[in-house]
Design a protein. Structure first.
Length: 365
């Protein structure tokens, strides 16, 4: 057990610079502008349509000019974003996150320096809201240990109930499987432009280890609404769980926290991730992810806040020794549990999709 938390631990506020530096944060800003400038019925503001077209055509100057017009029309100072708008923008950003293909032309256009500068008023409005709005302040908070829920999807492609014992064995099996995948991929050509694919996530997904998110007042679990690479589930069960007292949770609220975790517990996955992650980020060197078996010696769980997700996911982050790492397949506010630290704390509750509900899910009758 470490004698103290890492130097980078803590929960800094969400800044405009950090949002605009990552594809997730930029996607959120673009989604918020799109929602603000698209009228009911689908009619799009002309300047916004021109900005999107310029981004797709690679016309950085025109894109930035039109984006500036758009932020003026959106009048963010007079009409700030509310919690519903911010959550809808976040859901869309998570839905469209991808780590197996090159960014599309629109994403590349919005990533230019001039486009980021023009998007700054939107990012600043998000940062102000995250600091002040009670219903989105949790975006920058650590794991809420009092309201943890495991989301079990029930219909097509069902997911399992939470497994609350045997974490050490599950983590070791995950590591053995990951190493075998790495060995199996060694025969692939190194050219990252070739269309090889495989495991693209850096979380311990498919390990059987439990993953949880917090409950919100009108949502059984954040994990219902914020899902990367979802399979269109329409029904789910939320299992209340509680960590034992004194659990050690490593908090990731920005790229530095993720890089530090990887540097402390490095696992080389270059062979199995190279092709997918190079397409997504254009980094063609070595790739590392955390060795979760090694991490489990010091930490019971790892949590990625919404702020951590928006500023970290989807971009190549230096991890020392000339290698990079990628936060991929780790949904916002998710805590992965590496030890047998959880117990059930209530009866499960069933939820179903509902277009009329605030977050798209409602309690099943």
């Amino acid at each position: 057990m470490p004698s103290a938390e890492p130097a980078l631990q803590g929960q800094p506020g969400l800044t405009a610079d950090a949002l605009l530096a990552g594809p997730g944060g930029r996607s959120l800003c673009v989604n918020l502008l799109d929602d603000r400038l698209t009228a009911p019925g689908g009619r799009v503001n002309r300047a916004w349509a021109d900005a999107l077209h310029a981004a797709r055509m690679g016309d950085a100057h025109r894109c930035a000019s039109k984006l500036s017009e758009c932020t003026a029309v959106a009048d963010l100072a007079a009409v700030p974003f509310d919690g519903s708008a911010l959550m809808a923008g976040l859901v869309a950003a998570v839905d469209f996150a991808s780590y197996r293909a090159e960014p599309d032309a629109e994403d590349l256009g919005m990533a230019t320096e001039t486009a980021r500068a023009a998007l700054r008023p939107v990012a600043e409005a998000v940062a102000v809201a995250a600091a002040g709005l009670p219903d989105v302040r949790w975006w920058t908070e650590p794991a809420d240990r009092s309201r943890q829920r495991h989301t079990q999807f029930l219909d097509e492609h069902p997911t399992p109930e939470p497994m609350l014992t045997g974490a050490a064995e599950l983590a070791r099996a995950w590591l053995a499987d990951t190493l075998e995948e790495e060995r199996s991929a060694q025969g692939r050509p190194e050219d990252p432009a070739l269309s090889y694919s495989g495991r693209w996530w850096s979380s311990p997904a498919h390990s059987g280890l439990p993953a949880t998110t917090r409950e919100l007042p009108r949502l059984g679990a954040v994990g219902l609404a914020l899902v990367e690479d979802g399979l269109g589930w329409q029904s789910a069960r939320c299992w209340p769980v509680a960590p034992r007292k004194g659990t050690r949770v490593y908090e990731i609220s920005g790229p530095g926290h993720w890089a530090e975790l990887v540097q402390r517990y490095p696992l080389d996955v270059t062979e199995s991730r190279r092709h997918d992650w190079c397409r997504a980020t254009r980094w063609a060197g070595r790739w590392l992810i955390p060795d979760y078996v090694a991490a489990a010696a010091d930490w019971d769980a790892i949590h990625v806040s919404v702020a951590g997700y928006l500023t970290t996911a989807g971009k190549a982050i230096p991890a020392g020794g000339g290698a990079c790492t990628l936060l991929a397949g780790w949904d916002p506010d998710t805590t992965w549990w590496l030890s047998d630290a959880l117990s059930r704390s209530g009866q499960p509750e069933d939820w179903r999709t509902d277009d009329q509900a605030v977050f798209g899910w409602a309690r099943a009758s």
